[in-house]
Design a protein around this ligand. Structure first.
Ligand code: COA
Length: 184
């Protein structure tokens, strides 16, 4: 699914663009994947696990996402570089097609600039405009208070816990919390 370009101002005054991925984003997206993985324990990959991502793979992935009626990938671009990404996936089965799952991650230089809020406004708009969708779903890792604040602000509520879902390299076990936002 392709979204229309959305320009907006970051809190520090820089201009940001939300748009669907393009081939020109491939190198920048690969860098974003590695950098973001090394900056927080709250996303599900370590930097060394990004070796499996290749330029060709990203290009194909972008094409698949843009062509899919059930998925949208949205890049945030600042000064020509990918600084964050979010996705929505609509479930396809007859029994599950009332559900959509979402995910988001930005590189740390761009946290707290309002990008997450603007991305979620767009994700919610996409879900609301899709016939038959009754709820949006996401997960966050214990301790991720910034993400939790954003999600609660955008209308999500905690509906469950997956105990010890995450095990860090040092052995620390963290719960994962499930959230849902109903579509009225
Ligand atoms: C979590 C994340 C997506 C939020 O996006 P963002 O662009 O930073 O969010 P915004 O700037 O739109 O909003 C952040 C809000 O959290 C608040 N906040 C910042 N730090 C916080 C903290 N430690 N605890 C609670 N709230 C916090 C801000 O004040 C702001 O609230 P407001 O809009 O009511 O003023 C982003 O920080 C990120 O990518 N983090 C790393 C990856 C990650 O955790 N992804 C989510 C996995 S579930």
């Amino acid at each position: 699914m392709i979204i229309e370009d959305i320009w907006f101002d970051l809190k520090d005054g820089r201009k940001a663009l939300l748009r669907s991925p393009k081939e020109e984003d491939v190198e920048s997206a690969l860098e974003y994947l590695v950098v973001s993985a090394g900056e927080t324990e709250y996303i599900l990959r370590y930097p060394e696990e990004c070796g499996k991502y290749t330029a060709e793979g990203e290009k194909v992935l972008f094409e698949q996402k843009n062509a899919s009626p059930n998925e949208a990938m949205i890049m945030c671009i600042v000064d020509g570089k990918v600084v964050g990404n979010c996705e929505i996936s609509f479930f396809k089965g007859i029994k599950t097609r009332h559900r959509a799952s979402v995910a988001i991650a930005l590189i740390s230089e761009f946290w707290n600039q309002g990008i997450g809020t603007r991305m979620f406004q767009e994700l919610i708009r996409l879900a609301e405009n899709r016939e038959g969708v009754l709820q949006m779903e996401l997960d966050f890792v214990e301790g991720n208070t910034r993400a939790r604040h954003l999600y609660e602000k955008m209308g999500f509520r905690i509906t469950g816990v997956r105990p010890n879902a995450i095990r860090l390299k040092d052995g620390t076990l963290l719960n994962e919390y499930m959230m849902i936002r109903e579509i009225k």
